[in-house]
Design a protein around this ligand. Sequence first.
Ligand code: UD1
Length: 353
Amino acid sequence: MIFTVIGARPQFVKAAAVSRQFLQKGIQEFILHTGQHYDYKMNDVFFSELGLPGADINLNAGSGTHGEQTASMLTGIEKVLIEKKKDVKYVLVYGDTNSTIAAALAAAKLNIPVIHVEAGLRSFNRTMPEEINRVMTDHLSSVLFCSSDTGKKQLAKEGIQNEVHVVGDIMLDAFIVFGKIAAEKFSLNDILPAAVTKSYSLLTIHRPSNTDDKKQLQNILSALGKLSDTFVWPVHPRNKQVAESLQIPNNVKLFPPFSYFEMMVLLNNCNKVITDSGGLQKEAYWAKKPCITIREETEWVETLTEKRNILTGNDTKKIITAFNTNVNSTPWSDLYGDGTAADKIAGIIQKKL
Ligand code: UD1
């Protein structure tokens, strides 16, 4: 049995793509949800839309400081793993969240091999909690799946060479499969008010580096106020309170979080993307939308080619210049595989069972 641990929004998308393949190949899966994300729009709606099998157990370990959250997950996961140990062949984890590191650590200490999907990714910025989580998880893992050769090379530099597989990115699988379904189910008018649908760009900001300092977030928003487009901003629950206390320019429209389907429709119809998210940088590329990333560095370095993704940090002048930069229309190359990563991952795992 594969023991999968998920907990945060991007992991639901990734696991949905792989779980479909497990079902098709008859691979038995047990899903533990740490409860890291729990609001309806951050959690439940993803399970229903993506056909992800319901979690077998939910630890309800959301909120708290990093230490509290991770410790509570670690204790909870270990307990379930001890109960199920004789049936568990591998623990499967995705990405770089606190749920990922908690599961990898619990499993490794019980000598259960860990499979890490999205391995070898680095921002080289240790102030990001995700960077710490991903470095630790890679070093605790026995089977590592990378989205591109960059990840494989990085792992080799760190001495990890066995059982490293470059399979492409599973978010591309989800983007292709679920993007089509989303377009059939929703039109833009179902999601946005009529006044906004004509021309808009998509904005997401949730990283502590951009949102913890209220003045800095205000500066970013004020800069967007100087641009000639409307910005659709789905606000992460952690930022709701601070967002509501700021002076929001008229062209920045706040929304509750969108579901994955809604997000796909919004992405495919927008002008540009401004974000500090990891996943959205890739999705913008696949949707052929110019992306402005309000961070100093990116793990997804391949997206930077031909200014398809521009890093600005939180420098408001750079944000304005980047937004006004015309991105030429030469073909966008295929990045991160061909949308069959989940099939490859499930195939490799099947051979090991
Ligand atoms: C986490 C991941 C990040 C990922 C992001 C996607 C870590 C370290 N970070 O960040 O890599 O990009 O998810 O969204 O794991 N909250 C709610 N409702 C929810 C979820 C969270 O109100 O459904 C609030 C809680 O007060 C919580 C805070 O948001 O303490 C932060 O959530 P947390 O899960 O710790 O991290 P994210 O910022 O979501």
